[in-house]
Design a protein around this ligand. Structure first.
Ligand code: IPM
Ligand code: MN
Length: 354
């Protein structure tokens, strides 16, 4: 029997609650599809930081490299200054494990309320491929004359030929494998950011010659936010840099029904990848059995597909669609008509019967 070693980082706030349901569903799926998942839990996050002062202790990154995949709940704590946990844990894992793709499917499931008038599941089904290790996120920059009236703050966007090319190639490959609209949209800002986006556009033009089966187009990021609202049905796969990707994927999450359903993968195609619900730690719902676990469950589905268990991953997705289509009143915490644990049990039940 095939067996996979999974590192689980439940993290902070509602992270542990939603991860528990994700693991429940994954276990039901592994029984149904005859493979084994071995979970190893890691205590990382704001709670641990406040208790011990440790962010990512020595050796943890090295250990994580040895797993088949990582499942992450949420990192974030109201008692910790913004930036500390993000940089010290989440971004450090993405960078050191060289998870150079942030993959964000934006798909409206049946029964889910969409804030866009006259748009339904047939209109909203695209994927954003966000570069995940470069750009403004590198943290390059400086202060000059800090604290004076003439202070200067410089924040640099780093774009390497290697980094841009591997991201664009991944997007083309992904688009081909997905085999839906066979269209890749480059989302940038070539009219103003004439160094970074000149490089991106040149590489895009060069690489597209190898993918004649894929239609290509370009859109400025500001226009993109408009098209997401007006014509989301135009998109199939979108490729963009780290900062723009961060922004447009939150907008994407809203048009697919919100943070209760949005999942993402931090992918290193040659190494270990990490899957997470993108909603954060939701401190005010912690411990109340009210939060929606579907995003964490969908992150588990993405993880299985990544591991090569496509059928099993799709079974989870189908089961989630049954639950959104036939059961949940809303995706919002406390308004689902079910508790967190009940939603997990419902999905697990569908998976076992599929
Ligand atoms: C995300 C998050 C992170 C990011 C934060 C928590 C650092 O917003 O995964 O999109 O900006 O990448
Ligand atoms: Mn974000």
């Amino acid at each position: 029997m095939k067996s996979y070693n999974i590192a689980v980082i439940p993290g902070d706030g509602t992270g542990p609650e939603v991860i528990r349901e994700s693991v429940k569903v994954l276990e039901a799926t592994s029984r149904r599809y005859d493979f084994e998942l071995r979970f190893q839990y890691y205590d990382l996050g704001g709670e641990r930081y406040l208790r011990t002062g440790e962010l990512l202790p020595e050796g943890v990154i090295e250990e994580l490299r040895g797993y088949d995949a990582i499942l992450l709940g949420a990192i974030g704590h109201p008692g910790v200054k913004p930036g500390v946990l993000e940089k010290g844990i989440l971004l450090r894992m993405r960078f050191e494990l060289d998870q150079y793709i942030n993959l964000r499917p934006v798909k409206l499931y049946p029964g889910v309320e969409c804030p866009l008038k006259d748009k339904g599941p047939e209109d909203i089904d695209f994927v954003v491929v966000r570069e995940n290790t470069e750009g403004l996120y590198v943290g390059g920059g400086a202060f000059l004359r800090k604290g004076t009236p003439h202070e200067v703050a410089i924040q640099e966007s780093i774009n390497t030929r290697h980094g841009v090319e591997r991201c664009i190639r991944y997007a083309f490959e992904y688009c081909r494998r997905r085999d839906k609209g066979k269209k890749l949209t480059l989302c940038g800002k070539t009219n103003v950011l004439t160094f970074a986006w000149d490089l991106w556009q040149r590489v895009f033009e060069e690489v597209k010659g190898e993918y004649r089966d894929i239609e290509t187009e370009y859109a400025h990021v500001d226009a993109m936010t408009m098209w997401f609202i007006k014509n989301p049905e135009w998109f199939d796969v979108i490729v963009t840099d780290n900062m723009f990707g961060d922004i447009i994927t939150d907008l994407g999450a809203m048009i697919q029904g919100g943070m209760g359903i949005a999942a993402g993968g931090n992918i290193n195609p040659e190494g270990v990848s990490m899957f997470e619900p993108i909603g954060g730690s939701a401190p005010k719902y912690t411990g109340k059995n009210m939060i929606n676990p579907l995003a964490a469950i969908c992150a588990g589905a993405m993880m299985l597909e990544h591991l090569g268990e496509e059928e099993a991953g799709q079974a989870i997705e189908k089961s989630v669609m049954e639950v959104t289509g036939k059961h949940l009143k809303s995706l919002a915490a406390g308004r689902m008509g079910y508790t967190t644990t009940e939603v997990g049990a419902l999905v697990a039940d569908y998976v076992s019967k599929i």
